[in-house]
Design a protein around this ligand. Sequence first.
Ligand SMILES: Nc1ncnc2c1ncn2[C@@H]1O[C@H](COP(=O)(O)OP(=O)(O)OP(=O)(O)O)[C@@H](O)[C@H]1O
Length: 393
Amino acid sequence: MSRIIADKVCKQYRPTGRFSRKSSAPWALREVSFSVGPGEMFGVVGANGAGKSTLLRLLGGVGKPTTGSIEVSGRIGALLDLGGGFLGDLTGRENAVLAGVVAGLLKQEIEERLAAIAAFAELEDFIDQPVRTYSTGMIMRLAFAVAVHTDPEVLLVDEFLSVGDLAFQAKCNARIKLLRDGGCAIVMVSHGMDSVRQLCDRVLWLKSGEVAALGSAEVVAGLYETEMREETLRRTPDGPARSSGGLELVPRENRFGTFEIEIDSVNFSPGTLLRSGEPLAVTLAYHSKGTVPAPVFVVSITREDGAVCLDTSTHLAKVDIPDVQGAGQIVFSIDRLDLAAGSYFLDVGIFESEWKHAYDYHWHVYPFSVEGAPAHKGILAPPCHWRLGGHTD
Ligand SMILES: Nc1ncnc2c1ncn2[C@@H]1O[C@H](COP(=O)(O)OP(=O)(O)OP(=O)(O)O)[C@@H](O)[C@H]1O
């Protein structure tokens, strides 16, 4: 069950000013699909103008996708515009009650929580003062405290907005983790890859409104950092698009990396049809020009909607990989691929030993389909059996 399902979401703001007549406005989001389950922390990363806030706003019900759909189930706690909705002449207490009611709580329910809200926001002495006398930090603390005390089942947070002093930030993060452990689905726009790695389960990387990558936090943070690193170093990837086995590998589109090691070939043809329950073996052939210390090899299988089915690496499997130089190959095999029928992607890559950046990562280059699976719902479809035992009268 998912709390959030975004399906091919596109957003184009109504043309104004320079886009009014001659050309149409650019797309702020284009064909963005993903789902977030209960208890999942879903990060959204991307450069300025990539579409992160637009996505968060749409998830919070502010505006509608131009095309595509968004389904959110459960009470939403949105920290989109911290304190922006507060009325200056009302006291902190009155604003908290109003915000709680808007979030869907009964007046009495929110009143019962006021002491906890004021304590969390560290505003006990100021809660009966008008909000116009508050500093920006105090307003943000109050807004955050209200949002996390309304039992949200979905929480939308922009990390930038949740900053207070470091101690308060740590308290917010702890609270967010608590909510996650209680089954809240959290979408967090993140700006630092360290916090992405620490907090998020999965990450969506938006680039000019499109999905650049979607997968486990480590992989996507590594890919993003690769690109940022290249940008900071003003470094262009070696070589133009390369063709391999009929595939077009385009740097920064479906191939990310610094290419100190390159994946030369993968023995997996795009469009392969697999039968559920069959074994799978993938051989990566690679080469490096210089010596590369203990790289991490990664294989990931995602469903078409971005759900991670398998995400593994030599690091997780504790396989000892020596320093690499020259050409070599590595084989990854699964005894049974018990996937439900559907469409999937196999992604492969090689990362720096500490996951700091990708050497070479092939993103959604190898689509495949699975058929012949038992008719279960969900991602896994292993052979299953039912046995009714005994009778109760
Ligand atoms: N209200 C608006 N009207 C018109 N265009 C908008 C509006 N809001 C955002 N955009 C445009 O949509 C695109 C995505 O913007 P958005 O603010 O969602 O990106 P972002 O990733 O959140 O950026 P940042 O990190 O700078 O906040 C940009 O090109 C931006 O100019």
